[in-house]
Design a protein around this ligand. Structure first.
Ligand code: ARG
Length: 274
């Protein structure tokens, strides 16, 4: 019945086209006629701060790649929409979606109650937690130990939030950077004693920059975080497409494949079922 419906629909489209043209022509093949008449497909612009490997980064060719990119691309495919990724600085990123410069944001963005006031989030697609990076010879053993040290964070991230809560907003001991790699570079040069950022990014950086001589320190006081894809507040139509696509890629194994390709192992059962 679907086929028949499509055929009927196509025939109708051809008939309408011919009627509109007012010409008597031989009916063109249905597919060609409808493709030519269709309005250009809408391309949804996805903002991402591509300095956050393995979630989003730029490769040697300048292409934006990463786990988040693969997830949203797969979601878009399921949802039948086209997307284009645009490198967007983290600071001010949330405004770009409010103002309509970006339709979607994917940037390892933690779903928080505060952010929910000004934007809408998809269902969670990734579990995360803060993690501390220090030099190999550091005595830091827990988060509390950072209270009297200089700490680097990326401005406005959840890492910034937890460190600000620990050390105090006015403290000059917190050094804020526009990207997490910049904060980690500062750790390497000794400008800060520690960096607090998302575990996936810290682990990836430490593993890929052996020369930096970093180690990681975890702390059970960090609350679990979950990443979500952002749409403009109230854009229920797009949000529904995204959530449907997300559910589809989780159900059919696509999500697990993407996860394994970036993290080397299948997601924990608990995370996958979310
Ligand atoms: N998950 C953290 C947050 O939402 C950090 C995200 C930073 N993402 C990025 N692409 N720089 O605050």
């Amino acid at each position: 019945t679907t086929r028949r419906f499509l055929k009927t629909g196509a025939a109708l489209a051809v008939a309408l086209t011919l009627a509109a043209c007012g010409k008597k022509e031989e009916a063109a093949p249905a597919a060609a006629a409808s493709a030519a008449d269709a309005p250009p497909a809408r391309v949804y612009v996805v903002g991402t701060d591509a300095a956050y490997a393995p979630f989003e980064s730029q490769n040697e060719k300048g292409e934006i790649v990463g786990f988040d990119i693969d997830v949203v691309s797969a979601v878009a495919q399921k949802a039948g929409i086209q997307v284009k990724f645009v490198n967007t600085p983290w600071e001010g990123m949330f405004n770009t979606v409010a103002q309509g410069d970006r339709d979607l944001l994917v940037s390892a963005i933690t779903i928080t109650d505060e952010r929910k006031q000004t934007m809408d989030f998809s269902a969670p697609y990734f579990d995360a937690q803060q993690l501390i990076a220090v030099k190999e010879d550091s005595k830091v053993a827990k988060f509390e130990d950072l209270k009297t040290l200089k700490v680097g964070v990326q401005t406005g991230t959840t890492g910034d939030e937890v460190v600000t809560k620990l050390i105090g907003k006015e403290s000059t001991a917190i050094k804020r950077f526009e990207s997490t790699p910049l904060a980690l570079k500062e750790l390497e040069s000794g400008g800060v004693d520690a960096v607090v950022a998302d575990n996936g990014v810290v682990i990836h950086y430490v593993a890929n920059n052996a020369g930096s001589k970093f180690k990681t320190v975890s702390d059970t006081s960090f609350t679990p975080e979950q990443y979500g894809i952002v749409v403009k507040k109230g854009n229920a139509e797009l949000l529904e497409k995204i959530n449907k696509g997300l559910a589809d890629i989780k159900a059919d194994g696509t999500y697990d494949k993407i996860y394994t390709s970036w993290f080397g192992a299948a997601p924990a059962a608990a995370a996958a079922s979310k």
